[in-house]
Design a protein around this ligand. Structure first.
Ligand SMILES: [Zn+2]
Length: 149
């Protein structure tokens, strides 16, 4: 970091006062930077907590009423909240599958409920069908590792 140029005051007393002020400013730089990163860490922890609660809320709704599927967190929010797996089943053949949200090609701002129509059952696709997926729940870990990925 380049040091700022401060013109040297003529009197010794002024030089001493300037040195003191510079020392104080440098100390404040560190204190403020530490406070900033502490505030940011607290904020990120709160957002993570909010994302986790959103996932839990969606799980309760899907489990109790089977829907509506929306609103739901985005892929980003689900992963940030610790729920990086989406448990689905094929609406036609009922094959269960766990989808790793982190590996999806969809943009991370995609809402999880929008994946229902986009995640296709490969088995049914081979049979020429294109059924949508039934979203079961968001999960913190895989239940059925996807055999095809
Ligand atoms: Zn199927």
């Amino acid at each position: 970091m380049a040091l700022k140029h401060h013109p040297t005051p003529l009197s010794g007393g002024d030089r001493k006062a300037l040195a003191k002020e510079l020392g104080r400013a440098r100390a404040m730089t560190t204190i403020l930077a530490v406070q900033s990163s502490e505030a940011r860490a607290k904020g990120e922890a709160l957002i993570r907590q909010a994302d986790k609660l959103l996932c839990e809320s969606v799980n309760e709704r899907w489990w109790s009423d089977g829907g509506p599927l929306d609103p739901s967190p985005t892929i980003d929010q689900a992963i940030n909240g610790g729920y990086s797996w989406l448990q689905i089943e094929c609406s036609r053949c009922k094959a269960a599958r766990d989808v790793d949200l982190a590996t999806l090609a969809h943009p991370s701002t995609t809402f999880v409920h929008d994946l229902a129509s986009r995640l296709r059952c490969r088995k049914c696709a081979k049979a020429g069908k294109r059924p949508g997926a039934t979203l079961l729940q968001l999960a913190q870990r895989a239940r059925h590792p996807d055999p095809e990925t």
